[in-house]
Design a protein around this ligand. Structure first.
Ligand code: ADP
Ligand code: MG
Length: 795
């Protein structure tokens, strides 16, 4: 079937185009009308239910050529309103001619319409190409921006590092300089002290030398004195010996004199005898005697004199001996003193040698210190120089940093601009894609499916226009074809699926209300798609992946001044009753299951801004995806699960995960409030299949009721009906603001490849195809400049 043409009615209604009197052939179509046409094209493919293909052109085209002829609205209206005027009522021939003429003109007009339509299609194609180009450009630009930002960030980091290291170096140099100055001062002090000690030592040395020379002089004078005394002693000894020899001779003389005396006495006696006789003689003798007597007296005198002399000499000698003794003792003393002096001298000499050595070592030290000082001075100069250089470098770096910072600021502002552009383009893309989209996902064959016994029921068309978007289902030998926005085959990974919805997650951050549903029979992979398998990072579902992306993006947008607050709530709707999955007070939430307590607890209210509040619902502020996964685990444990023949762990309730995003940009004063609803619907299987009775029957009826309410709401929205039956079920009422005109909705239809499920699969696919044919409004972003209170609310 060829793609459907834009309806003629559409053209007619498009009065503004014609009113301006422009040539229609040259008109270009713009805006969302494109999308709507494409959507109708799909719906035709989708088994032709509820088709809105009105008045597609008749197949019979007039052969005549109308090239060159152009019509205006007036022309066409005139043509249509033309009345046959015949002069003669019964002139049939004229009437016939007129009719023929009229028919010819009508044909021309139709032909012209068909050409116009062809032009439109071309135009549409072109626009689509343009759009793709714009998308590509946009993503390239984004990448470029990111790269540039990274580059700038790295440059800044480097510069910062450089700056820090330079500062460190500078500080080190400064401290080195201080140390060098301190050591210089110390050296100077040491040198002064050494000089002082040197002068005192040299003074001491001079004194010691003088002392030593005086001692030497004393010694020599003492030595002289000793010699002289020795000489004197010897001379005294000589004199003594002479005196003794003189004494001996005097004694001999005395003896001799005494002998002579005795001889004289004898003589005298003899002579006396002769006295008489010799009176004469006597007189003479007397005279001689007198003479002798005189001689004797003289001699006695002489002896006395000599004796006195001798005595004197003896005394002299004694005195001399005493003197000698005194002198000897003195000499001894002197000798001792000399010895002492010598020792003192020795010690003094050694001391002086020591002092000299010390003096020389100290002067050595002083010299060395002076060398050190000069080296230190040089070093100081050098460090001064290098400090100067460093400072200059530092200044240069500072300037460079300033420059880079300004460039960075420029780049950042450019990025912000780019980001704005990206958001706009992104939104345009999503608008063009339509704001309710349907993805189909087929789960792989599981081991407990009865595969092999029957032929494969699911296949994928390979024609290019349906590649990745078409799915064929075989039932009782009859093939049913469907086309969706995207069809994921059984081998599609969780990541591949997530990539397709990541743009919607981004939209939530940009301030849109987003709903993602998973629809399908029990066991078709809804929970797997939404939550995934916990414990395996590869098999994480859309919810954890979305949150990871949101936290990452939040981090990245912080540089642009965005601050986001995120709040999570999780509830399930079981038998038309809301249960809070995050409530710690289980008894309280169980109470809500009793029929009477329902209305008061978990009452749903919408405010004027389209925000939803659920009373008593637990709302948790979250800062990391870890916290969220913790909450998800908690919620999973609280979820109602029941047994049916289909799936032992099948969920009999709708699970609604809601993330409220409130972002504020400090620098631009912008504010956004987005909502991301991720919903794992209860199994869509019909009653007969799950064979339920009693409680299970009630459950199934409640599920069917709410699912049909959901489809009623979507179809009513699609038909733009005045009354949308939001209030028919808890689920639709809860999600009312997120299902209206200004939200973005995505539905996953999960399909099991199991041949025994083919009936259910067909139902699911038919339902999804009808949803896919719906067109609901244009998404509107909830942004405003800052208000005083921005308490988050549901929806
Ligand atoms: P539902 O929630 O629709 O009842 P589940 O998500 O519980 O279905 O899926 C039923 C079974 O199929 C689970 O064991 C799940 O692990 C498995 N499954 C579903 N989809 C996939 C998939 N795409 N890849 C691998 N296993 C899947
Ligand atoms: Mg499930």
């Amino acid at each position: 079937m060829p793609p459907a043409s834009p309806s003629n009615e559409k053209f007619k209604n498009d009065e503004s185009l014609v009113d301006k009197g422009r040539k229609i052939g040259a008109l270009k179509m713009v805006g969302p009308t494109n999308g709507s046409r494409t959507r109708q094209a799909f719906s035709v493919v989708n088994g032709g239910q509820d088709l809105m293909v009105a008045g597609s052109g008749p197949a019979s085209n007039a052969g005549s050529d109308c090239g060159g002829i152009e019509f205006t609205k007036e022309d066409v209206e005139a043509l249509l309103n033309e009345k046959m005027k015949t002069k003669n009522k019964f002139n049939l021939k004229e009437k016939c001619d007129q009719m023929l003429e009229y028919i010819r003109r009508l044909r021309l007009c139709i032909k012209w319409f068909q050409e116009l339509e062809g032009n439109y299609l071309l135009e549409q194609e072109k626009l689509r190409n343009l759009l793709e180009l714009a998308e590509k450009k946009c993503s390239e630009m984004e990448m470029l921006m990111e790269a540039k930002e990274e580059e700038l960030n790295s440059i800044i980091m480097e510069l910062r590092k450089n700056y820090a290291s330079l500062q460190e170096k500078f500080v080190k140099e400064e401290s080195d300089k201080l140390v060098a100055e301190a050591s210089l001062a110390k050296e100077k002090e040491a040198r002064a002290v050494a000089e002082k000690s040197q002068t005192s030592l040299s003074e001491e040395l001079g004194r010691a030398q003088r002392e030593s020379s005086s001692a030497n002089q004393k010694i020599s004078s003492l030595n002289d004195m000793y010699k002289r005394l020795q000489e004197y002693n010897t001379s005294l000894q000589q004199y003594n010996s002479k005196l003794q020899s003189e004494l001996a001779t005097t004694n001999e003389t005395l003896k001799r004199v005494e002998k002579e005396k005795t001889a004289v006495v004898e003589n005298l006696s003899t002579l006396r005898g002769h006295y008489t006789s010799l009176q004469d003689q006597l007189t003479s003798s007397r005279a001689s005697q007198d003479e002798a007597m005189k001689q004797k007296e003289a001699l006695a005198n002489e002896v006395g004199c000599l004796r006195g002399d001798l005595q004197q000499v003896r005394e002299d000698r004694d005195r001399q001996l005493l003197q000698v003794q005194v002198l000897t003792s003195e000499v001894e003393k002197n000798k001792e003193f000399t010895g002492k002096s010598c020792a003192q001298l020795d010690s003094l000499t050694t001391k002086s040698i020591e002092l000299e050595a010390r003096c020389s070592s100290q002067s050595d030290q002083i010299r060395r210190l002076q060398e050190h000082l000069s080296i230190a001075n040089k070093k100081l100069q050098m460090s001064d120089l290098s400090a100067l250089e460093t400072r200059v470098g530092f200044e240069e770096q500072k300037i460079l940093i300033c420059e880079l910072q300004s460039r960075l600021a420029d780049a950042e502002s450019k990025i912000i601009e780019g980001e704005k552009l990206r958001k706009k383009l992104h939104n345009t893309i999503l608008e063009l894609k339509g704001n309710i989209r349907v993805f189909c996902r087929v789960r792989p064959v599981l081991t407990d499916d009865d595969d092999g016994t029957e032929a494969k029921v699911v296949s994928y068309p390979t024609a290019t226009e349906a590649l990745g978007r078409g799915i064929d289902l075989l039932q009782h030998g009859q093939k049913h074809s469907f086309t969706f926005d995207k069809v994921f085959m059984s081998d599609a990974s969780q990541q591949e699926v997530f990539v397709e919805i990541s743009q919607l997650v981004q939209s939530a951050l940009d301030g849109y209300k987003v709903c993602v549903f998973a629809y399908g029979q029990t066991g078709s992979g809804k929970t797997y798609t939404m939550m995934g398998e916990s414990g395996s990072p590869e098999q994480k579902g859309l919810i954890p992946r979305s949150l990871e992306q949101i936290f990452e993006t939040r981090q990245a947008l912080q540089h642009q001044g965005w601050k986001y607050e995120l709040q999570v709530s999780m509830l399930e709707i079981y038998n038309e009753t809301i249960r809070d999955l995050l409530s710690l007070n289980r008894s309280c939430s169980d109470m809500s299951r009793t029929e009477n307590g329902v209305a008061k607890q978990y009452a749903i209210k919408h405010d004027a801004n389209g925000n939803t509040h659920v009373s008593d619902l637990t709302i948790v502020d979250v800062c990391s995806s870890k916290e969220v996964s913790f909450l998800l685990d908690r919620a999973a444990q609280s979820r109602s699960v029941g047994k049916t023949q289909m799936n032992e762990q099948s969920s009999r309730s709708h699970f609604v995960f809601t993330l409220r995003i409130s972002g504020v940009n400090e620098s631009t004063e912008q504010q956004v409030q987005g909502v991301l609803n991720l919903i794992d619907l209860a199994g869509s299987e019909r009653l007969s299949k799950s064979g339920s009775t009693g409680d299970r029957l009630k459950e199934t009826q409640a599920i069917n009721k709410s699912l049909s309410s959901l489809s009623d709401v979507i179809f009513a929205l699609g038909k733009k009906e005045e009354h949308i039956p939001f209030r028919n079920s808890k689920l639709t009422y809860l999600l009312q603001p997120c299902l209206g005109g200004d939200s973005k909705t995505l539905m996953f239809v999960n399909v099991s490849p199991d041949p025994s499920s083919v009936g259910e699969s067909l139902c699911s696919l038919r339902f999804a195809a009808r949803v896919n044919a719906c067109e609901i409004g244009i998404p509107r972003r909830q942004t405003n400049t800052r208000s005083s209170d921005s308490r988050l609310s549901y929806g």
